[in-house]
Design a protein around this ligand. Structure first.
Ligand code: HEM
Length: 252
């Protein structure tokens, strides 16, 4: 039965005639592809979301564009739900593929910690950062995506700020921000190394350069995210007496 065959291949790494299975390589490719899609999404997400730094009107306009207002009068928040659902499916799929690489027992985890301390190997430490931030994101990312799917109409300069400040979502966003930026940075670096994207004629020098560029981008994204979060908090703080009132371009 083909389905049984593929389960055996998945567990043993060998196919029914004992040849090395292609499934692990295919799963690896899928993991890289879904990771790349999510990385692009996050790179743009944090920039769009920082529109609040240009003022409430800028963030409001952008939200309306995402709701399709140029084509639908007043915008349609369901477009955001659909987008969030699509991202959620890729997010879950990516997490399921990654779970293959989680240490499967506490003993295995301890063995890994001892080895990584002995080796002081920076790539092993990167792997550890990715596993831990990925674990955190599985919970916090799911909460955030669920909120975006079910309350797409509650996105905007006041609605988002009320959620962040008065509904006390900021601790979750703070942890999610740090996790997602580190996870994306490490993930993209490991993709570059794994697939040798920018190796050129001097792989060693180019890998070191890639690492430095990614470290700089991670810092820029962390600062940008923190500044945006701080701005939403300030707006939420000033707006707490009018909690629940929505921003409109007429009555600012
Ligand atoms: C289509 C899906 C998504 C939509 C529509 C969306 C939308 C938003 C919005 C509107 C905010 C501002 C705060 C708020 O209104 O609550 C926000 C913040 C944030 N989102 Fe998303 N998001 C999506 C997916 C994701 C994913 C997959 C992640 C990472 C796993 C993520 C990570 C974050 C982080 C870290 C913040 C806070 C950023 C900061 O502190 O500056 N988002 N998101």
């Amino acid at each position: 039965m083909p389905q049984q065959d593929s389960t055996v291949e998945l567990l043993t790494g060998k196919d029914s005639v004992g040849k090395k299975s292609k499934i692990p390589a295919r799963l690896d490719l899928l993991q890289s592809a879904t990771g790349l899609i999510l990385s692009f999404f996050i790179i743009f997400h944090i920039v769009f979301e920082s529109s609040i730094l240009f003022g409430k009107a800028a963030m409001y306009r952008l939200t309306k564009i995402f709701e399709g207002e140029p084509f639908i009068e007043g915008g349609e928040p369901l477009i955001i739900s659909a987008l969030a659902f699509g991202i959620f499916v890729i997010f879950i799929f990516h997490a399921l593929l990654a779970m293959r690489k989680f240490p499967s027992s506490y003993k295995e985890y301890q063995r890994y910690r001892t080895q990584s301390k002995m080796l002081k190997h920076s790539d092993t430490n990167l792997w550890f950062i990715q596993i831990t931030t990925g674990f955190v994101m599985m919970f916090l990312g799911s909460i955030h995506l669920y909120t975006m799917m079910t309350q797409p109409e509650n996105i905007g300069p006041y609605a988002s700020s009320d959620r962040i400040y008065s509904d006390i979502a900021w601790p979750m966003y703070l942890i999610l921000l740090i996790s997602v930026v580190l996870h994306t940075g490490v993930g993209v670096y490991r993709l570059i190394i794994k697939w040798g994207w920018f190796d050129g004629s001097n792989p060693r020098a180019n890998r070191i350069r890639s690492k430095k560029i990614i470290q700089a981008v991670v810092v820029v994204y962390l600062v940008l995210g923190l500044l945006s979060l701080g701005t939403y908090m300030k707006i939420g703080y000033d707006h707490q007496e009018e909690y629940g009132n929505r921003y409109s371009e007429v009555h600012k």
